[in-house]
Design a protein around this ligand. Structure first.
Ligand code: ZN
Length: 115
């Protein structure tokens, strides 16, 4: 049953960050279904389907994945390579000109010696 694993991942990754209690409950139910399947309990299939719907609902309530402002989501902030401060537009908080000083080292510097 591959989908049980997928459910586990979905609960951990999608539901738990938003609703840890619901995630714990779903994990309990998932384990119960797993046990039922292992002992060839025919009702496990129905439980599985019910759980599938519950998980889908919980994920829908959790929202469309990590987005702006979502939990665990770092805002995309550029930092100054010189002082490490936040860059706002062209200048960092200390006034370093990002266009003038930034050498990201990815494009060929001809003869520059970067100490
Ligand atoms: Zn700076």
């Amino acid at each position: 049953m591959k989908s049980l694993l997928a459910f586990r991942g979905a609960i951990q990754n999608r539901v738990r960050p938003v609703d840890p209690v619901a995630a714990t409950n779903l994990m309990d139910e998932l384990e119960e279904v797993e046990r039922g399947i292992k002992r060839n309990d025919p009702s496990a299939v129905d439980q599985f389907k019910a759980l599938e719907a519950k998980i889908a609902k919980a994920i829908a309530q959790a929202g469309p994945g990590p987005g702006p402002g979502g939990p665990g989501q770092m805002p995309e902030v550029e930092t100054c390579p010189i002082c490490g401060k936040k860059v706002q537009g062209r200048y960092c908080e200390n006034g370093h000109d990002q266009w003038g000083v930034v050498s990201k080292g990815s494009h060929g510097t001809s003869g520059d010696s970067i100490a």
